[in-house]
Ligand binder design. Structure first.
Ligand SMILES: *[C@@H]1O[C@H](CO)[C@@H](O)[C@H](O)[C@H]1NC(C)=O
Ligand SMILES: *[C@@H]1O[C@H](CO)[C@@H](O)[C@H](O)[C@H]1NC(C)=O
Ligand SMILES: *[C@@H]1O[C@H](CO)[C@@H](O)[C@H](O)[C@H]1NC(C)=O
Ligand SMILES: *[C@@H]1O[C@H](CO)[C@@H](O)[C@H](O)[C@H]1NC(C)=O
Ligand SMILES: *[C@@H]1O[C@H](CO)[C@@H](O)[C@H](O)[C@H]1NC(C)=O
Ligand SMILES: *[C@@H]1O[C@H](CO)[C@@H](O)[C@H](O)[C@H]1NC(C)=O
Ligand SMILES: *[C@@H]1O[C@H](CO)[C@@H](O)[C@H](O)[C@H]1NC(C)=O
Length: 416
């Protein structure tokens, strides 16, 4: 410690580092007491709904698939998608009114983008002489179902696309807009027209989409689908059901071992539609139950839908409260699907560096040896079964805390 103890500057830096950055950095599944205890991309959560009462580091960000396997067609990747992305719990309507409508997420679209969400389901309505994002009924928006003007959220997306020149975002519009060219105007006002992937380039016959590199090079990085068929002819905005298949949303899509198509969609196995979207959320969102839904049942549904879709992994996985799970959650589901699609491995994180399909490396994977996670429940509710890996606390974190504490104390006791 020679140089260290003689250099006040180093000591101060070390103290600052200890105070303002976590001295401990925990991995997925390790017990924690707050978000900052955990590595980047993790949050400290419980999932009481399925018995995970011990707070553990839980994933909230998928791996960016193009950082691992580059240059494949757009339909060879999976993107994390939020259902009713704009319906943020606890917010007031921009009209000032209280909102009386189900809420589906717990953060802003900007925060979702930062966490790797790349698909957004937005319900658009004519309202107050503008286009608004409303969670409403009967095709009409009211003050108490109106969240925000669509322009606000579209501008957040534009800022992201501007700042991240190789990222691609997809918007699924549940379209109640009847005002002439209403959608075109609002995308135009948001400065998004220039980013829109042209209708003419979307494959209608089940062919591959252009590659993500091509989309980035041409700056055609915003894919937009509407639920209204007439908009394709009138405004050049793609009618979703010409390009995408989706399973049933809501409770009907959560029946184990079943993956029926939603009414508007062609059957899941219609391979002339190149994109596959898996919905997995309840009719009425339940914030405390979602962590259980987004865990093992979500992974299981994705495998079921893979079979139903003619052995196709989903391109979009749409959930409520995307950050909630008992560990890997929607982020893990996206990584698994990306692994299968891009390199034939169980997770994108196992793909070899620079792996590409059509290369002999497809299916050859770097699978790390994983340490078993600590038990799910607190000591008061011991886990059933023979598992006895009951470490009271992660030993690495104890060591790190001790080290930080000792150096801090030693440093403080010296005059600096
Ligand atoms: C893309 O995925 C489709 C099936 O989803 C597969 O048939 C095709 O070979 C893949 N293309 C590439 C370039 O990986
Ligand atoms: C709805 O909100 C607007 C403000 O945006 C207000 O002027 C109007 O009176 C409200 N309407 C009702 C029915 O509360
Ligand atoms: C949203 O997140 C905040 C902060 O993490 C938390 O206090 C709140 O309970 C969450 N709300 C829901 C509905 O998940
Ligand atoms: C597609 O799925 C339907 C059931 O939804 C089934 O009847 C049909 O045989 C399947 N088609 C193919 C080509 O697998
Ligand atoms: C929401 O989920 C929790 C946890 O599973 C459950 O106890 C509660 O009854 C649910 N609430 C509703 C309204 O279904
Ligand atoms: C991966 O590809 C990049 C550029 O194509 C190259 O610079 C890098 O060395 C490659 N890495 C490995 C491990 O082959
Ligand atoms: C396959 O990958 C290896 C290294 O990972 C690379 O050297 C080779 O050029 C690739 N072949 C093709 C056809 O992409």
């Amino acid at each position: 410690m020679g140089a260290f103890s003689k250099s006040p500057k180093l000591q101060v830096l070390f103290i600052i580092a200890c105070l303002f950055s976590p001295c401990i950095s925990l991995k997925i599944g390790e017990t924690c007491s707050k978000d900052t205890d955990c590595d980047a991309g993790l949050s400290c959560q419980t999932c009481a709904a399925n018995g995970n009462t011990r707070p553990r580091c839980t994933r909230i960000q998928p791996t960016n698939p193009t950082s691992k396997v580059k240059g494949l067609p757009f339909n060879n990747y999976t993107w994390l998608t939020t259902h009713n992305s704009y319906a943020q719990a606890g917010v007031r309507s921009s009209t000032g009114s209280l909102i009386i409508a189900p809420m589906n997420q717990n953060d802003t679209v900007t925060s979702q983008l930062k966490n790797g969400v790349r698909g957004f389901m937005l319900d658009m309505y004519d309202f107050n002489n503008d286009i608004w994002l409303c969670h409403s009924t009967g095709g009409k928006c009211y003050n108490f179902t109106a969240f925000r003007p669509a322009l606000d959220v579209l501008k957040e997306i534009r800022a992201f696309l501007e700042a991240n020149p190789s990222e691609i975002v997809t918007i699924f519009i549940e379209d109640y807009v009847t005002s002439p060219s209403g959608l075109s105007k609002v995308f135009d006002s948001a400065g998004l027209k220039t980013y829109m992937f042209p209708l003419a380039r979307m494959p209608k016959d089940g062919n591959d989409w252009p590659t993500v590199d091509d989309m980035a090079k041409n700056n055609q990085r915003l894919v937009v689908f509407t639920s209204k068929s007439s908009k394709e002819a009138s405004e050049g905005i793609a009618y979703e059901w010409n390009y995408v298949v989706e399973n049933q949303y809501g409770n009907g899509g959560m029946v184990p071992n079943s993956c029926p198509n939603r009414a508007e969609s062609s059957p899941m196995n219609t391979t002339s539609k190149s994109l596959v979207l898996v919905n997995y959320f309840r009719d009425i969102p339940n914030a405390s139950a979602t962590c259980a839904d987004n865990s093992a049942p979500l992974l299981s549904e994705i495998k079921t839908c893979y079979d139903a879709a003619g052995k196709r992994w989903p391109n979009f996985i749409a959930v409520d409260y995307y950050q909630k799970s008992d560990g890997g959650g929607a982020a893990e589901a996206v990584d698994q699907s990306n692994g299968q699609l891009t390199c034939g491995c169980d997770s994108i994180t196992y793909c070899k560096v620079n792996a590409t399909t059509g290369n002999a490396t497809f299916g050859s994977c770097d699978v790390p040896k994983l340490a078993p996670p600590p038990p799910a429940s607190l000591a008061s509710t011991p886990p059933s079964g023979p598992s006895s890996n009951f470490a009271p606390r992660n030993s690495k974190s104890i060591l790190l805390r001790w080290l930080c504490g000792t150096i801090l104390a030693a440093t403080l006791s010296m005059r600096i």
